[in-house]
Design a protein. Sequence first.
Length: 461
Amino acid sequence: MLRILRNKKTAKKVWIILAIIIIPAFTLWGFGSSARDKEENKPAGKIFGKNVSNLEFKKALSAAQTAAILQFGDDFPKVQKYLNLESQAWERLMLLEEARRRKLNIDDQKVINTIQNAPYFQRKSVFNNKTYVEVLRYVFRLQPRTFEEQMRQNLILAELYNQVTEGVKVDEAQIRQEWLKNNEELSIYYIASLFAEFAKKVRPSDKDISAYYDKNKDGFMEPQSLNLEYILTESDTESKKIPDLINKKYDLEKISQELNLAKKETGLFQQFTPPANLKIPQGTLNSVLSLNTGEPAPMVKIDNTYYVFALKEKKPGRIPELSELKDRIKEIMTREESRKKAQDKIKACADELKKNKPFNQAAKAQGFKVKETKFFKSTDKIDNLGQAKVFWETAKKLKTDQASEIFPDVNGYYIIKLKAVKPVDEDKFSKEKAALGESLLTQEKNKTFGKFIEEVKKKAQ
């Protein structure tokens, strides 16, 4: 298909860059990565009530990887382990089915034009067939026919995106509001009721700690502990033999002997906190727990290494003794009590303000000192307060001499009053608003499309 593209030597330069849609990685719903290892004619899962074969899934997975290479370029090997390409593959299939139902399609000529105008297939700003073939072979490891169909699908997804988001708009008021967040500077007076100050005065007794343990012990239940055996290999050749051995009902010991692979152990770990160095998928843990001791779970690929896990040992969940939890409970009680005291104290200060007492007097009546900041933007970090965003956004809503409501931040509870606002550079806003408007519009479109994906996912389940 599209032989005209592979035979054509040159093309007129048109500066059109395809916006490849990289679907955000959502939680994978009910599809284990072990599906890749089944026979191609068996279903890997279902969408919209229809079976998806392993072959279809592999094609979608390949397309998701191609899109990631286009997005990340030379950095792809570095970020690959952080990408959930399998989830993106399922979402790609789901969205393509939605596009098919909407009768969206892309003709051959548009695919040709898109590929010809892609800068990574050009030499001296002109499409070059040799470059095209070499990039596909050595970078994407794809045949031209496969790549071209993936590009057709990407264009269909782009058309779907445009159709869903065509009604999204942003006005100048929204643009200005966003611009002010990054550019307008203001200063505040503030009253701070800090958790750390009250924590110094909280000293839970042994009796209190024991009572807390008796009342809340069920909340300290630890999940069951597991010890898994596993084998691993980076060899594609060896990995292809493993599913057949599992289907023959070989246990992990026999598989390791058959392939001459060393058998290893994880050591005991709590069910929901597997060893960080292994990154065992939760689906694999669920599979292991459904099998007998020594019986291998389906093979799984983690960071370019193939693993097979089996259960060796399982210990039931338990509630630790008070002696094991004493320090932890003391810390919890101190945190909870200090937060309550800080909240009660600043509520008393707010009550003083409601009686129309001046800001300084209301603070002094409760033992607080009013402090003030230098000018800051919402993106700044304020001395003694931390990230400025919540303080800036709260102050922005206040009128002159108006005290805010109580609001929390990571270090305590606060009441603030606007001190001053620095005039903004209107010329700068005029110069920047067009670019900011485009950026803000893209953000709003992505939010809209994200909600659309969630709706389609519900229909597809």
